[in-house]
Design a binder for this molecule. Sequence first.
Ligand SMILES: Cc1ncc(COP(=O)(O)O)c(C=O)c1O
Length: 389
Amino acid sequence: MNSPAPRPVSPGTDFLAPVFALYPLEVVSGQGVWLTNSRGERVLDLYGGHAVAALGYGHPGFTQALTRQAQSCNFQSNAVAMQVRTRAAERLVRFSRLPVTSVFFVNSGAEANENALKLGFKMTGRSQVCAVVGGFHGRTAGAGAVTWGAQQKWYSYPRTPFDVSFIPRGNIDAISGFVTKETASVIVEPVQGLAGAVDLSKEFLQALRKRCDEVGALLIFDEVQCGMGRVGYPFAANMYEVMPDMITTAKALGNGYPCAALLTNAKVSGAFKLDLLGTTFGGGPMACAVIEAVIDAMETENLLERVRRVGAYIRQTCLVGPVTAHQGAGFLTGLRTTRPAKEVQAELLECGILAGTATDPHILRLLPPFILEEEQVDMLRDTLADLPA
Ligand SMILES: Cc1ncc(COP(=O)(O)O)c(C=O)c1O
Protein backbone atom coordinates (compact mmCIF):
# COMPACT_ATOMS: atom_id res chain seq x y z
CA MET A 1 0.00 0.00 0.00
CA ASN A 2 1.22 3.46 -0.84
CA SER A 3 1.79 5.67 2.18
CA PRO A 4 -0.03 9.02 2.01
CA ALA A 5 1.84 11.86 0.37
CA PRO A 6 3.70 13.91 2.99
CA ARG A 7 1.90 17.04 4.04
CA PRO A 8 3.55 20.03 2.34
CA VAL A 9 5.50 22.00 4.87
CA SER A 10 6.08 25.66 4.39
CA PRO A 11 9.16 26.27 6.49
CA GLY A 12 8.69 28.15 9.71
CA THR A 13 4.92 28.39 9.60
CA ASP A 14 3.16 25.04 9.64
CA PHE A 15 3.95 23.93 13.18
CA LEU A 16 3.88 27.32 14.85
CA ALA A 17 0.71 28.09 16.79
CA PRO A 18 -1.31 30.24 14.39
CA VAL A 19 -1.92 33.05 16.86
CA PHE A 20 -0.04 35.87 15.15
CA ALA A 21 -1.10 37.90 12.13
CA LEU A 22 1.97 37.75 9.90
CA TYR A 23 3.38 40.65 7.91
CA PRO A 24 3.97 39.70 4.27
CA LEU A 25 7.70 39.55 4.98
CA GLU A 26 10.18 36.79 5.73
CA VAL A 27 13.46 38.07 7.17
CA VAL A 28 16.68 36.19 6.55
CA SER A 29 19.22 38.65 7.94
CA GLY A 30 19.73 42.15 9.26
CA GLN A 31 22.50 44.75 9.32
CA GLY A 32 22.26 48.16 10.95
CA VAL A 33 18.71 49.44 10.36
CA TRP A 34 18.25 47.19 7.33
CA LEU A 35 16.63 43.78 7.03
CA THR A 36 17.04 41.48 4.05
CA ASN A 37 13.95 39.52 3.02
CA SER A 38 13.79 36.07 1.48
CA ARG A 39 13.76 37.61 -2.00
CA GLY A 40 17.10 39.26 -1.26
CA GLU A 41 15.57 42.77 -1.06
CA ARG A 42 16.51 45.32 1.58
CA VAL A 43 13.81 46.62 3.94
CA LEU A 44 14.26 49.69 6.15
CA ASP A 45 13.18 48.63 9.64
CA LEU A 46 11.23 51.36 11.43
CA TYR A 47 9.55 48.89 13.75
CA GLY A 48 12.47 47.09 15.45
CA GLY A 49 10.59 43.87 16.26
CA HIS A 50 8.02 45.53 18.56
CA ALA A 51 10.48 48.14 19.90
CA VAL A 52 13.18 45.62 20.78
CA ALA A 53 16.10 46.06 18.35
CA ALA A 54 17.44 49.28 19.88
CA LEU A 55 20.96 48.79 18.49
CA GLY A 56 19.67 47.48 15.18
CA TYR A 57 21.19 44.33 13.72
CA GLY A 58 24.72 42.96 13.84
CA HIS A 59 25.90 45.50 16.43
CA PRO A 60 29.50 44.44 17.23
CA GLY A 61 29.29 45.27 20.96
CA PHE A 62 26.15 43.17 21.37
CA THR A 63 27.58 40.25 19.40
CA GLN A 64 30.91 40.32 21.22
CA ALA A 65 29.25 40.49 24.66
CA LEU A 66 27.10 37.46 23.89
CA THR A 67 29.99 35.49 22.42
CA ARG A 68 32.38 36.31 25.24
CA GLN A 69 29.87 35.40 27.95
CA ALA A 70 28.89 32.17 26.18
CA GLN A 71 32.55 31.20 26.08
CA SER A 72 33.28 32.11 29.71
CA CYS A 73 30.13 30.87 31.55
CA ASN A 74 26.71 30.68 29.94
CA PHE A 75 24.61 30.22 33.08
CA GLN A 76 24.44 30.29 36.82
CA SER A 77 21.27 31.17 38.72
CA ASN A 78 20.77 33.98 41.21
CA ALA A 79 21.80 31.62 44.01
CA VAL A 80 25.38 32.00 42.84
CA ALA A 81 27.12 35.38 42.75
CA MET A 82 28.47 36.50 39.38
CA GLN A 83 30.23 39.78 38.72
CA VAL A 84 28.51 40.23 35.38
CA ARG A 85 25.12 40.33 37.18
CA THR A 86 26.34 42.79 39.81
CA ARG A 87 27.82 44.98 37.07
CA ALA A 88 24.65 44.91 34.96
CA ALA A 89 22.53 46.03 37.93
CA GLU A 90 24.95 48.84 38.72
CA ARG A 91 25.13 49.94 35.08
CA LEU A 92 21.33 50.01 34.89
CA VAL A 93 20.98 52.07 38.07
CA ARG A 94 23.61 54.58 36.88
CA PHE A 95 22.06 54.70 33.40
CA SER A 96 18.66 55.50 34.92
CA ARG A 97 19.88 58.68 36.65
CA LEU A 98 16.96 58.10 39.04
CA PRO A 99 16.86 57.34 42.77
CA VAL A 100 16.67 53.60 42.14
CA THR A 101 18.17 51.41 44.84
CA SER A 102 17.48 47.82 43.68
CA VAL A 103 17.17 45.86 40.47
CA PHE A 104 15.34 42.55 40.12
CA PHE A 105 16.08 40.91 36.77
CA VAL A 106 13.41 38.81 35.09
CA ASN A 107 12.70 37.57 31.58
CA SER A 108 9.80 39.49 30.08
CA GLY A 109 7.79 42.65 30.43
CA ALA A 110 4.76 40.79 31.73
CA GLU A 111 6.86 39.05 34.37
CA ALA A 112 8.33 42.36 35.53
CA ASN A 113 4.80 43.76 35.88
CA GLU A 114 3.57 40.67 37.76
CA ASN A 115 6.33 41.18 40.31
CA ALA A 116 5.66 44.90 40.63
CA LEU A 117 1.95 44.29 41.25
CA LYS A 118 2.76 41.57 43.76
CA LEU A 119 4.99 43.95 45.72
CA GLY A 120 2.16 46.50 45.74
CA PHE A 121 -0.20 43.99 47.40
CA LYS A 122 2.43 42.75 49.80
CA MET A 123 3.50 46.22 50.94
CA THR A 124 0.05 47.75 51.35
CA GLY A 125 -2.04 44.74 52.38
CA ARG A 126 -4.67 46.03 49.93
CA SER A 127 -6.25 44.18 47.00
CA GLN A 128 -7.21 46.73 44.36
CA VAL A 129 -5.22 48.12 41.43
CA CYS A 130 -5.83 51.09 39.16
CA ALA A 131 -4.64 51.11 35.57
CA VAL A 132 -5.27 53.57 32.76
CA VAL A 133 -7.59 53.29 29.77
CA GLY A 134 -5.59 52.20 26.71
CA GLY A 135 -2.69 50.66 28.66
CA PHE A 136 -1.06 47.36 27.70
CA HIS A 137 0.91 45.45 30.33
CA GLY A 138 1.28 41.87 29.08
CA ARG A 139 -0.60 38.60 28.77
CA THR A 140 -0.12 36.80 32.10
CA ALA A 141 -2.90 36.68 34.73
CA GLY A 142 -1.96 39.84 36.62
CA ALA A 143 -0.52 41.85 33.73
CA GLY A 144 -3.48 40.94 31.53
CA ALA A 145 -5.88 41.96 34.31
CA VAL A 146 -4.54 45.52 34.20
CA THR A 147 -4.48 45.64 30.38
CA TRP A 148 -7.28 47.72 28.89
CA GLY A 149 -9.74 45.65 26.84
CA ALA A 150 -8.00 42.30 27.50
CA GLN A 151 -11.04 40.72 29.11
CA GLN A 152 -13.20 41.44 26.08
CA LYS A 153 -10.54 40.24 23.66
CA TRP A 154 -8.21 37.47 24.82
CA TYR A 155 -7.88 37.26 28.62
CA SER A 156 -9.38 33.72 28.91
CA TYR A 157 -8.82 33.24 32.66
CA PRO A 158 -12.17 32.73 34.46
CA ARG A 159 -11.60 35.80 36.61
CA THR A 160 -8.92 38.38 37.33
CA PRO A 161 -6.84 37.68 40.45
CA PHE A 162 -7.67 41.12 41.94
CA ASP A 163 -10.03 44.05 41.39
CA VAL A 164 -9.01 46.52 38.70
CA SER A 165 -10.43 49.87 37.67
CA PHE A 166 -9.32 51.96 34.70
CA ILE A 167 -8.73 55.70 35.05
CA PRO A 168 -9.81 57.69 31.97
CA ARG A 169 -6.75 58.77 30.01
CA GLY A 170 -5.52 62.24 30.88
CA ASN A 171 -8.49 63.02 33.19
CA ILE A 172 -6.78 64.53 36.24
CA ASP A 173 -10.07 65.33 37.98
CA ALA A 174 -11.13 61.68 37.87
CA ILE A 175 -8.01 60.36 39.61
CA SER A 176 -9.14 60.83 43.22
CA GLY A 177 -12.35 58.89 42.57
CA PHE A 178 -10.37 55.90 41.34
CA VAL A 179 -7.24 55.93 43.51
CA THR A 180 -8.38 55.53 47.12
CA LYS A 181 -7.21 54.07 50.44
CA GLU A 182 -8.20 50.66 49.03
CA THR A 183 -5.71 50.98 46.16
CA ALA A 184 -2.53 48.91 46.42
CA SER A 185 -0.90 50.27 43.28
CA VAL A 186 -1.42 52.31 40.14
CA ILE A 187 0.20 50.98 36.98
CA VAL A 188 0.66 53.25 33.98
CA GLU A 189 2.64 53.44 30.73
CA PRO A 190 3.80 57.09 30.73
CA VAL A 191 3.80 57.00 26.93
CA GLN A 192 1.36 54.28 25.91
CA GLY A 193 2.90 52.06 23.25
CA LEU A 194 0.41 49.69 21.68
CA ALA A 195 -2.34 52.30 22.07
CA GLY A 196 -0.44 54.36 19.47
CA ALA A 197 2.36 56.37 21.17
CA VAL A 198 -0.02 58.23 23.46
CA ASP A 199 1.80 60.69 25.69
CA LEU A 200 -0.08 60.81 29.02
CA SER A 201 1.46 64.21 29.94
CA LYS A 202 3.58 65.40 32.81
CA GLU A 203 0.56 66.89 34.58
CA PHE A 204 -1.39 63.61 34.55
CA LEU A 205 1.62 61.64 35.83
CA GLN A 206 2.34 64.24 38.51
CA ALA A 207 -1.29 64.03 39.62
CA LEU A 208 -1.02 60.23 39.87
CA ARG A 209 2.16 60.60 41.95
CA LYS A 210 0.47 63.08 44.28
CA ARG A 211 -2.65 60.95 44.75
CA CYS A 212 -0.62 57.79 45.39
CA ASP A 213 1.27 59.65 48.11
CA GLU A 214 -1.98 60.92 49.66
CA VAL A 215 -3.55 57.46 49.94
CA GLY A 216 -0.40 55.36 50.44
CA ALA A 217 -0.59 53.51 47.10
CA LEU A 218 2.48 52.56 45.07
CA LEU A 219 3.06 54.06 41.63
CA ILE A 220 4.37 51.71 38.92
CA PHE A 221 5.63 53.04 35.59
CA ASP A 222 5.47 50.33 32.95
CA GLU A 223 8.39 51.39 30.77
CA VAL A 224 8.68 48.06 29.01
CA GLN A 225 8.22 49.83 25.67
CA CYS A 226 8.87 53.52 26.40
CA GLY A 227 11.91 53.00 28.68
CA MET A 228 15.60 52.29 28.04
CA GLY A 229 16.16 55.33 25.89
CA ARG A 230 13.23 55.00 23.50
CA VAL A 231 11.82 58.44 24.34
CA GLY A 232 15.28 60.02 24.14
CA TYR A 233 15.85 59.89 27.91
CA PRO A 234 16.86 56.88 30.00
CA PHE A 235 13.24 56.53 31.06
CA ALA A 236 10.03 58.50 30.59
CA ALA A 237 10.34 59.14 34.34
CA ASN A 238 13.38 61.33 33.52
CA MET A 239 11.57 63.11 30.70
CA TYR A 240 8.55 63.96 32.87
CA GLU A 241 10.54 64.40 36.08
CA VAL A 242 8.11 62.17 37.94
CA MET A 243 9.64 59.36 40.00
CA PRO A 244 7.44 56.31 40.53
CA ASP A 245 8.06 53.70 43.24
CA MET A 246 8.78 51.03 40.64
CA ILE A 247 9.76 50.97 36.98
CA THR A 248 9.46 47.89 34.83
CA THR A 249 11.47 47.70 31.64
CA ALA A 250 12.33 45.15 28.91
CA LYS A 251 12.43 45.26 25.07
CA ALA A 252 15.36 47.64 24.26
CA LEU A 253 17.12 46.45 27.44
CA GLY A 254 18.29 43.26 25.71
CA ASN A 255 18.24 44.28 22.03
CA GLY A 256 16.57 40.94 21.31
CA TYR A 257 18.10 38.79 24.03
CA PRO A 258 15.11 38.08 26.32
CA CYS A 259 15.43 40.01 29.56
CA ALA A 260 13.55 42.48 31.72
CA ALA A 261 14.03 44.34 34.98
CA LEU A 262 12.09 45.76 37.88
CA LEU A 263 13.73 48.88 39.33
CA THR A 264 12.63 49.99 42.79
CA ASN A 265 13.08 53.05 44.97
CA ALA A 266 14.33 52.88 48.56
CA LYS A 267 10.82 52.48 49.98
CA VAL A 268 10.10 49.36 47.94
CA SER A 269 13.66 48.02 48.20
CA GLY A 270 13.28 48.24 51.99
CA ALA A 271 10.47 45.66 51.83
CA PHE A 272 12.57 42.99 50.12
CA LYS A 273 13.05 39.80 52.12
CA LEU A 274 14.64 36.49 51.25
CA ASP A 275 12.35 34.42 49.04
CA LEU A 276 9.85 37.23 48.40
CA LEU A 277 10.56 37.12 44.66
CA GLY A 278 12.23 34.49 42.50
CA THR A 279 13.21 33.36 39.00
CA THR A 280 15.44 30.74 37.41
CA PHE A 281 16.50 32.49 34.22
CA GLY A 282 16.14 36.15 35.22
CA GLY A 283 19.54 37.77 35.72
CA GLY A 284 21.31 35.00 33.79
CA PRO A 285 24.86 35.93 32.79
CA MET A 286 24.11 36.02 29.05
CA ALA A 287 21.31 38.53 29.59
CA CYS A 288 23.43 40.56 31.99
CA ALA A 289 26.37 40.70 29.55
CA VAL A 290 23.95 41.96 26.90
CA ILE A 291 22.46 44.58 29.23
CA GLU A 292 25.96 45.94 29.90
CA ALA A 293 26.70 46.01 26.16
CA VAL A 294 23.42 47.76 25.34
CA ILE A 295 23.99 50.47 27.95
CA ASP A 296 27.60 50.78 26.83
CA ALA A 297 26.52 51.37 23.24
CA MET A 298 23.81 53.85 24.22
CA GLU A 299 26.33 55.86 26.23
CA THR A 300 29.40 55.69 24.02
CA GLU A 301 27.48 56.23 20.77
CA ASN A 302 25.39 59.01 22.30
CA LEU A 303 22.24 57.27 21.13
CA LEU A 304 19.78 59.07 23.42
CA GLU A 305 20.76 62.38 21.89
CA ARG A 306 20.29 60.83 18.46
CA VAL A 307 16.83 59.54 19.40
CA ARG A 308 15.81 63.07 20.43
CA ARG A 309 17.34 64.67 17.32
CA VAL A 310 16.18 62.19 14.69
CA GLY A 311 12.82 61.80 16.48
CA ALA A 312 12.28 65.56 16.14
CA TYR A 313 13.31 65.31 12.47
CA ILE A 314 10.64 62.64 11.84
CA ARG A 315 8.01 64.95 13.38
CA GLN A 316 9.20 67.95 11.35
CA THR A 317 9.44 66.25 7.98
CA CYS A 318 6.99 63.35 7.79
CA LEU A 319 3.64 65.15 7.88
CA VAL A 320 3.19 64.46 4.17
CA GLY A 321 0.98 62.28 1.97
CA PRO A 322 -1.52 60.45 4.17
CA VAL A 323 0.08 61.69 7.44
CA THR A 324 -1.51 64.70 9.12
CA ALA A 325 -0.18 64.77 12.70
CA HIS A 326 2.23 63.12 15.11
CA GLN A 327 2.18 62.03 18.75
CA GLY A 328 4.43 60.31 21.26
CA ALA A 329 8.08 61.03 22.03
CA GLY A 330 11.52 60.19 20.64
CA PHE A 331 11.44 56.89 18.76
CA LEU A 332 8.01 55.97 20.11
CA THR A 333 6.20 57.92 17.46
CA GLY A 334 2.64 57.75 16.20
CA LEU A 335 1.87 59.25 12.80
CA ARG A 336 -1.84 59.99 12.31
CA THR A 337 -3.11 58.88 8.93
CA THR A 338 -6.08 60.07 6.91
CA ARG A 339 -6.71 56.49 5.76
CA PRO A 340 -6.56 53.28 7.85
CA ALA A 341 -2.95 52.97 9.03
CA LYS A 342 -2.92 49.31 7.95
CA GLU A 343 -3.34 50.45 4.33
CA VAL A 344 -0.44 52.88 4.64
CA GLN A 345 1.66 50.24 6.40
CA ALA A 346 1.08 47.78 3.53
CA GLU A 347 1.95 50.41 0.92
CA LEU A 348 5.16 51.33 2.77
CA LEU A 349 6.19 47.68 2.94
CA GLU A 350 5.66 47.36 -0.82
CA CYS A 351 8.20 50.20 -1.08
CA GLY A 352 10.68 48.50 1.28
CA ILE A 353 9.83 50.24 4.59
CA LEU A 354 8.58 48.34 7.62
CA ALA A 355 6.38 50.30 10.05
CA GLY A 356 3.92 49.23 12.73
CA THR A 357 0.32 49.95 13.56
CA ALA A 358 -1.49 50.40 16.89
CA THR A 359 -4.86 49.75 18.50
CA ASP A 360 -5.84 53.20 17.20
CA PRO A 361 -6.60 52.28 13.56
CA HIS A 362 -5.38 55.64 12.28
CA ILE A 363 -1.94 55.52 13.87
CA LEU A 364 1.17 54.29 12.10
CA ARG A 365 3.62 53.44 14.87
CA LEU A 366 7.36 53.92 14.41
CA LEU A 367 9.73 52.17 16.83
CA PRO A 368 13.03 52.29 14.93
CA PRO A 369 16.46 51.22 16.13
CA PHE A 370 18.24 54.09 17.90
CA ILE A 371 20.93 54.15 15.19
CA LEU A 372 18.49 55.52 12.58
CA GLU A 373 19.81 58.54 10.66
CA GLU A 374 18.22 61.57 9.00
CA GLU A 375 18.83 60.26 5.48
CA GLN A 376 16.76 57.18 6.27
CA VAL A 377 13.97 59.42 7.57
CA ASP A 378 14.18 61.23 4.21
CA MET A 379 13.41 57.92 2.52
CA LEU A 380 10.32 57.56 4.69
CA ARG A 381 9.28 61.15 3.95
CA ASP A 382 9.72 60.75 0.19
CA THR A 383 7.84 57.45 0.16
CA LEU A 384 4.96 58.84 2.26
CA ALA A 385 4.79 61.92 0.03
CA ASP A 386 4.21 59.69 -3.00
CA LEU A 387 1.33 57.79 -1.36
CA PRO A 388 -2.29 58.90 -1.89
CA ALA A 389 -3.32 61.33 0.85
C1 LIG B 1 4.12 48.57 27.77
C2 LIG B 1 4.24 47.08 27.74
N1 LIG B 1 4.20 46.40 28.89
C3 LIG B 1 4.33 45.07 28.92
C4 LIG B 1 4.51 44.34 27.77
C5 LIG B 1 4.66 42.85 27.84
O1 LIG B 1 5.97 42.51 27.60
P1 LIG B 1 6.37 41.00 27.21
O2 LIG B 1 5.76 40.72 25.88
O3 LIG B 1 7.86 41.01 27.22
O4 LIG B 1 5.80 40.14 28.29
C6 LIG B 1 4.58 45.01 26.54
C7 LIG B 1 4.76 44.26 25.29
O5 LIG B 1 4.49 44.72 24.21
C8 LIG B 1 4.43 46.43 26.52
O6 LIG B 1 4.47 47.12 25.37
